[in-house]
Design a binder for this molecule. Structure first.
Ligand SMILES: Nc1ccn([C@@H]2O[C@H](COP(=O)(O)OP(=O)(O)OP(=O)(O)O)[C@@H](O)[C@H]2O)c(=O)n1
Ligand SMILES: C[C@](O)(CO)[C@H](O)COP(=O)(O)O
Length: 228
């Protein structure tokens, strides 16, 4: 199943505290952004990449795209204040129906085999997301006091890619804009339509590089992937 992918890369990386866009930090000598883009560049099923960027990063990102021959990047769109705004700016440039993926640039370890399972599921149901069963007990806390323990057996740690029929995602974003709803993932906008979202189990390596210790986990994952 062919697809296009929106890659939001316009964040500030505040929690990483790197003093620059965390996507320019290097793993094994290659920027995080390039690691992520290379997965989709190498996937024959991917027909195009739309990158949402912070304008201050445009020159550096374009240089990396050219240096690494990332020919599938067909558009750079300006990011927005929130992740959802960045993705919406990119979604507005997507013309056809078909399948669109949204994948965080900060998740460089997604595997092609998981992308393909996800896109096939989205082709069948209209909406499918990647995740893994929760490993930690989760509790609801208010003002430092535990309010409730959430039953873990039905909890999943949600990742990206998240895959959708283009027309369904457009409908969800238009409703979220009308309602001034801001979600932390795209699937939450689809859920507001009452449309079912399929969960596809991925793997725990598909981490989002968010805080400094994630860089150490990332180096270990790279070593494991290289069989070191
Ligand atoms: N306004 C935003 C915020 C985030 N992102 C992107 O969405 C992905 C997931 O966001 P996150 O990991 O939270 O990145 P940041 O927002 O940069 O991190 P922080 O919240 O620590 O500033 C990242 O690839 C980030 O670049 C984006 O395109 N536009
Ligand atoms: C979309 C996401 O990666 C799913 O876990 C996550 O919600 C992004 O959160 P962030 O704070 O914008 O990184």
């Amino acid at each position: 199943m062919t697809y296009q992918v929106i890659i939001p890369a316009a964040g500030q990386g505040k929690r990483m505290g790197a003093g620059k866009n965390k996507l320019l930090l290097e793993l094994d000598g290659i920027p995080v952004l390039v690691h992520t883009l290379q997965v989709f560049e190498a996937d024959d099923a991917c027909t195009g990449i739309i990158l949402a960027i912070h304008p201050q990063d445009e020159a550096e990102f374009n240089a990396l795209i050219n240096m690494h021959h990332l020919c599938k990047v067909k558009g750079l769109v300006p990011g927005g204040k929130e992740r959802q705004h960045s993705i919406y700016n990119a979604l507005k440039t997507v013309s056809n129906d078909g399948i669109i993926l949204v994948h965080d640039a900060a998740r460089p370890f997604i595997l092609k085999k998981h992308i393909h399972v996800l896109t096939e599921a989205a082709a069948k149901t209209g909406a499918a997301i990647m995740g893994v069963p929760a490993k930690d007990t989760m509790k609801k806390v208010e003002n430092g006091v535990v309010e409730a323990t959430v039953e873990r057996s039905s909890l999943w740690a949600v990742q990206t890619p998240q895959a959708f029929r283009v027309s369904l995602l457009v409908e969800a974003y238009e409703k979220a804009e009308r309602d001034h709803f801001l979600g932390t993932d795209d699937a939450s906008l689809i859920e507001r339509l009452g449309h079912p979202v399929t969960m596809i189990e991925g793997d725990y390596d598909n981490i989002k590089l968010t805080t400094p210790e994630d860089l150490f986990f990332a180096e270990a994952i790279l070593k494991k992937r290289k069989g070191l």
